[in-house]
Ligand binder design. Structure first.
Ligand code: ANZ
Ligand code: ZN
Length: 836
C-alpha cells in the first residue's frame, strides 16, 4: 500500500482547511511537566536509548531528523510501556572543521561551534524530539574535557598510553596525523586527499592489549548487525601461526611471522619491507647497496595500503643470505614492496608454491618454487603451476615432517621450533595501537608535561582541566601544534621538581571525546568524577544505540575498548557498552547522493514542517522506507501523510461525539456479544497491535504505519460500531500512532477526554481471545535473530512448523548450506532454528 492510496472517504471534508499544527502547544506542555527528564536512578525498568552524537558543523538536516525521529519513537514507546527512559543528546564539538571555519571566516572555533550547537538545538526542539536536554553535553567545554583528560591520565597510569617515535599517516592538506582508521584506503577521512607518511613522536593507546577481548566478545553482541560484527572481526584480524627465527650467517636473528609453519621447507627466499627498521641495520654488500637504496627511496614514500593495492609486486635482492633454522638451507633476502613494516615482524618467509603473493613475486624474479604440501586439488608440477596451492594437505619434501597432515603438521613444526628455541606459536593481530595525538588547536589538550629532569610527568588530577588557551591564536597549520607557539601555555613548572618544564603541545583525537560520552550523560553535572559508579551501574548498558555503519571500525571499537578498560579499573560493571546497535540508512537527495553539508545538498526539515506540520513530515519520513534502508528524499509523500492524519482526526472526533462522556480506552469486549461486523473490527484492531509491536521492534516503521492505515481503512466512518467499541478503536489507534505522530496523538488523546499526556498512558496490549484461533502468526528466528514470520495452523506442532519454514523460499534461504543443530518451538509464538 502506498500513501497515495489513502483517498479521503467519500463525503469527507476536503483537506482544506488544514488541521492546525499543535506541535508548539505540546512541546511547551512536555517541557513544563519535564516529561523527558530521566530520573537520576531508574526506579523500575530502565531504557537507555541514544543516537550517535552529532558533529555541529551547521544546522541539522533531514538525515539527523530521521535518525533522531527513530530514537524518539523508541523512547516514546518505551515510556508508554512503563520504562524509565534515558534519551540524551550531546555534541562532538572538537575537531578540524571548526578550525578550518575559523581560518576561512575569521571566527574563533569556539564561537563557530557554539553558534552551530545553539542553532541545531533550537531546530531539534522545534521538531519535538524527546531528548532530555538537562543532560546535554558538548565535548569542547571544560567541564566535559576535564574528564576526557582524566581518561587519558587513567590510561597513562595503567600503562596503556605511551609516546613513541613512529612513522605515521600524515595528511598534508589538513596538516595533521591521522589514526589508521582515519586513513583507510590511503585517503584522509576529512578532506579526501592522499595520505602521506612522516616520522613524528606521538601518543598512542595500547588498544592492541585488548585485541583478543575485543574480538572474542563480538560473539556475544547478538543484537548488533552482522555486517558490523564482520567488519570489526576483520579489522581486528586475528591470525594464528608461529614466529620463526631465521638467522644471518653471523648469528643475527631475522624473525618472521607465518600462518603456515608447515610450509617451512618450501621457503625459497625471504622478503623484508622497504621501511622495516631492521633493514637499516643490515650490512648490505657494496655491490648491491646502490640498487637497494634506490628501491627503498622509490617505494618508502608510498603508503602501505597503496603498495598493497599495487598489482605489480616489486623487489630487489639485497645480496644477503639467510639461514632457514629448520632445514638449514640458505636463501636470499629481498626487499619487497608487498611486505608491510607494520605487520608481524616486517619480514616474511617466501613460500611461492603455497602463497599467491610469493608465487607472483617468484615468477617475476625467477626465484625457485618448491612444493611441500600435497593437497586434494594440487597442481601437476611446479613448473606447470599457474597459481599457488594454498590449501592444507600432506607435508612432502619436508625431511622428518613428511606425511604429517594439515593442522598436525603445523603443530609438529611449532613443537620443533619451541624445543629448539628457534621460534614459538604466535597469535598476530591486524589491529594497531591507536594514535591519539593531533597537531591542531581545537581539541582537548593532552595533560602531560615534559621536564628535562623528570621526563614525562602527568598533570596532577587536581590540576585538571588543562584549559585550552583562548585569545589570539594562529590556527594556520604549520605541521606542529599551534599550542607550541603560545609561551604562556607551553611553559609551566614541573609538578614533580618544580623546575621550568613544557606542556605537551598536542591535542587529542576527537574520537577520544566520543569514546566515553555515553557515560557523561548518566551524570552530566558531576564535578567530582566523570560519572557516578552507582548511576552507571544502574543505567548501563545502553539498550539501543543508533548510528551510521561508517563507524564500524572506528568509534564502535574505541568505545568498546574504553568500556572494557573502565571495567578493568573498577569504574563500570559492564564489559560491553551497547546491547542493541542499529545502523540507520542514509538520507539521500532525489538524485541518490548522501545528504551532507559538504555536498551542499541538505534539506532542512524545518521548511517542510512549516508548510505541512511536524507530524505529517515525520510520517512521510517514516513511511518512505524501513529504518535500516536508505531514503531517497522527495516531498511528495507528505501530502499523503497529511491526508492520513486528516482521516484519523475525523475518526477520533466522530468517535468522541458518539460516546459523549468517559470511557475506558483499554476496555476488552466479549466477542460472543459483538455483531459480526464488530467482531471483525475488534479482531483487526488486535491483529494491528500485534503487527505494530513486531514491526516496531525491527524499526520497520513504514509497515507499522501501513498497518494502522489499513486499520483506519477498515474502520471507515465507524458508524456501524457501538460507541464503546468505536471509542476504544480511536483511542488504540491514537496510541499506536503516538511514537510516530506524538503531537497529533496528544491532541487526539485530549479530544478523547484524557490527559495530561498520552506518554503516561499504557501501550495497548493484545487481547489473545480476539485473535483468530484457527491460525497464528509466529516469529521465525535463526540463531536467535528474527528473520521473518509465518502463519501456521494454531495447533501446528514443531514438525509442521519446520516443514512450513522449509517450504517458504525466503526463510528456507537461511538454511541453505547449513546444518540444523536444534530447533526451539514456542507454540503460537516462535520457532528458533539453530544452524551451523
Ligand atoms: C609463509 C606462508 C606460506 C604464508 C603460506 C602464508 C601461506 P595473515 O593471514 O594476514 O595474518 N606475512 C607475514 N608478515 C607479513 C608482512 N609484514 N607483510 C605482508 N605479509 C606478511 O598473513 C600472514 C601471512 O602473511 C604470513 O604467513 C606471511 O606469509 C605473510 F603457504 O608465511 B606466510
Ligand atoms: Zn621535573
Amino acid at each position: 500500500m502506498t500513501m497515495t492510496d489513502h483517498k479521503p472517504p467519500a463525503g469527507a471534508q476536503p483537506l482544506e482547511p488544514r488541521i492546525p499544527d499543535p506541535s508548539a502547544k505540546w512541546q511547551k506542555r512536555w517541557n513544563d511537566m519535564a516529561l523527558f527528564k530521566a530520573p537520576e536512578f531508574p526506579q523500575g525498568r530502565k531504557y537507555f536509548v541514544m543516537p550517535m552524537l552529532p558533529y555541529p558543523s551547521g544546522d541539522i538536516h533531514m538525515g539527523h531528523f530521521r535518525n533522531y525521529s527513530m530514537t524518539d519513537a523508541i523512547a516514546r514507546k518505551r515510556m508508554m510501556e512503563g520504562y524509565d527512559v534515558l534519551h540524551p543528546l550531546g555534541w562532538d564539538a572538537f575537531g578540524l572543521p571548526a578550525e578550518q571555519a575559523a581560518i576561512s571566516r575569521n571566527l574563533h572555533p569556539e564561537e563557530w561551534t557554539l553558534g552551530n550547537i545553539a542553532q541545531s538545538k533550537a531546530t531539534l526542539q522545534k521538531v519535538g524530539i524527546s531528548f532530555d536536554w538537562s543532560r546535554e553535553v558538548a565535548s569542547c567545554l571544560p567541564d566535559y574535557y576535564k574528564w576526557t583528560q582524566w581518561m587519558f591520565l587513567q590510561l597513562y597510569k595503567h600503562g596503556l598510553a605511551y609516546r613513541k617515535e613512529s612513522e605515521v599517516n600524515w595528511c598534508g592538506t589538513c596538516n595533521t596525523v591521522l589514526a589508521n582508521e582515519q586513513a583507510a584506503g590511503g585517503v584522509c577521512w576529512r578532506c579526501g586527499n592522499a595520505v602521506g607518511r612522516k616520522t613524528l613522536t606521538q601518543w598512542f593507546f595500547k588498544i592492541t592489549e585488548y585485541a583478543a577481548r575485543l574480538l572474542d566478545d563480538i560473539d556475544h553482541l547478538d543484537n548488533w548487525p552482522d555486517n558490523v560484527r564482520t567488519l570489526q572481526r576483520n579489522w581486528i584480524g586475528r591470525s594464528t601461526g608461529a614466529e620463526v627465527e631465521f638467522r644471518l650467517p653471523d648469528g643475527t636473528k631475522i624473525p618472521v611471522f607465518t600462518t603456515r609453519p608447515d610450509t617451512i621447507y618450501g621457503v625459497t627466499f625471504m622478503a623484508i619491507a622497504p621501511d622495516a627498521p631492521l633493514l637499516a641495520s643490515l650490512a648490505i654488500p657494496d655491490a648491491r647497496r646502490a640498487a637497494v637504496d634506490a628501491f627503498v627511496t622509490r617505494t618508502r614514500g608510498k603508503l602501505a595500503v597503496e603498495r598493497m593495492a599495487d598489482e605489480e609486486k616489486e623487489g630487489v635482492d639485497t645480496g644477503i643470505v639467510v639461514i632457514n633454522p629448520v632445514s638449514g638451507e640458505q636463501v636470499p633476502l629481498w626487499v619487497a614492496s608487498y611486505v608491510l613494516s607494520g605487520y608481524g615482524t616486517g619480514c616474511l618467509m617466501g613460500v611461492p608454491a603455497h602463497d599467491q603473493r610469493d608465487f607472483e613475486f617468484a615468477r617475476k624474479y625467477g626465484l625457485p618454487i618448491r612444493q611441500v604440501i600435497r593437497s586434494a586439488n594440487e597442481a601437476t608440477s611446479e613448473s606447470g603451476m599457474t597459481v599457488a596451492t594454498e590449501d592444507y594437505g600432506t607435508m612432502i619434501n619436508s625431511g622428518p615432517f613428511n606425511d604429517q597432515v594439515g593442522q598436525a603438521g603445523v603443530d609438529a613444526v611449532i613443537a620443533h621450533l619451541e624445543k629448539n628455541c628457534i621460534g614459538r606459536a604466535q597469535i598476530q593481530y591486524r589491529l594497531r595501537d591507536w594514535l591519539v595525538s593531533r597537531q591542531r588547536y581545537w581539541g582537548a589538550p593532552i595533560p602531560m608535561i615534559h621536564c628535562d629532569g623528570c621526563g614525562i610527568v602527568p598533570v596532577p588530577e587536581s590540576d585538571l582541566p588543562v584549559l585550552l588557551p583562548k585569545g589570539h591564536i594562529d590556527f594556520l597549520p604549520k605541521g606542529r601544534s599551534p599550542l607550541a607557539d603560545i609561551p604562556e601555555y607551553i611553559n609551566v613548572k614541573c609538578p614533580k621538581c618544580n623546575r621550568p618544564a613544557q606542556r605537551d603541545p598536542d591535542t587529542m583525537d576527537t574520537f577520544l571525546c566520543s569514546s566515553w560520552y555515553f557515560l557523561r550523560y548518566i551524570d552530566p553535572k558531576n564535578d567530582q568524577a566523570p560519572f557516578d559508579k552507582k548511576k552507571a551501574a544502574a543505567w548501563l548498558p545502553i539498550d539501543y544505540y543508533m548510528g551510521g555503519v561508517e563507524h564500524a571500525t572506528g568509534h564502535l571499537i574505541y568505545f568498546r575498548f574504553f568500556t572494557k578498560f573502565l571495567k578493568d579499573i573498577g569504574w563500570l560493571t559492564v564489559d560491553e557498552p551497547a546491547r542493541i546497535l542499529f545502523n540507520h540508512g542514509m538520507v539521500m537527495d532525489s538524485t541518490g547522493q548522501v545528504m551532507s553539508k559538504s555536498k551542499g545538498n541538505v534539506v532542512s526539515p524545518i521548511d517542510m514542517m512549516r508548510l505541512h506540520g511536524v507530524d505529517p513530515t515525520r510520517v512521510a519520513m517514516f513511511f518512505s522506507s524501513p529504518g535500516d534502508k536508505e531514503v531517497l528524499w522527495s516531498e511528495t509523500g507528505v501530502v499523503g501523510a497529511e491526508r492520513f492524519i486528516h482521516r484519523v482526526d475525523q475518526f477520533v472526533r466522530s468517535a468522541k461525539a458518539a460516546i459523549g462522556g468517559k470511557f475506558d480506552p483499554d476496555a476488552r469486549f466479549d466477542t460472543a456479544k459483538l455483531s459480526a461486523a464488530e467482531r471483525d473490527i475488534y479482531r483487526k484492531l488486535h491483529q494491528t497491535i500485534l503487527k505494530v509491536d513486531r514491526d516496531f521492534e525491527v524499526m520497520q516503521l513504514n509497515t507499522h504505519l501501513s498497518a494502522v492505515m489499513e486499520l483506519s481503512g477498515a474502520l471507515g466512518s465507524g458508524e456501524n460500531l457501538r460507541p464503546e467499541l468505536r471509542a476504544v478503536c480511536a483511542a488504540t489507534m491514537v496510541k499506536l500512532l503516538a511514537p510516530l505522530t506524538p503531537h497529533m496523538s496528544e491532541e487526539w488523546w485530549e479530544i478523547l477526554g484524557f490527559g495530561p499526556t498520552i506518554f503516561r498512558a499504557k501501550w495497548p496490549s493484545v487481547d489473545e481471545a480476539a485473535l483468530p484461533t484457527d491460525s497464528v502468526t509466529i516469529a521465525v528466528q535463526f540463531n536467535g535473530k528474527v528473520r521473518g514470520q509465518l502463519t501456521v495452523p494454531a495447533d501446528a506442532d514443531e514438525k509442521a512448523v519446520v516443514a512450513a519454514v522449509q517450504s517458504d523460499a525466503k526463510l528456507a534461504a537461511h538454511l541453505a548450506g547449513k546444518s540444523v543443530v536444534k530447533t526451539i518451538h514456542v507454540p503460537g509464538r516462535l520457532l528458533n532454528i539453530v544452524v551451523k
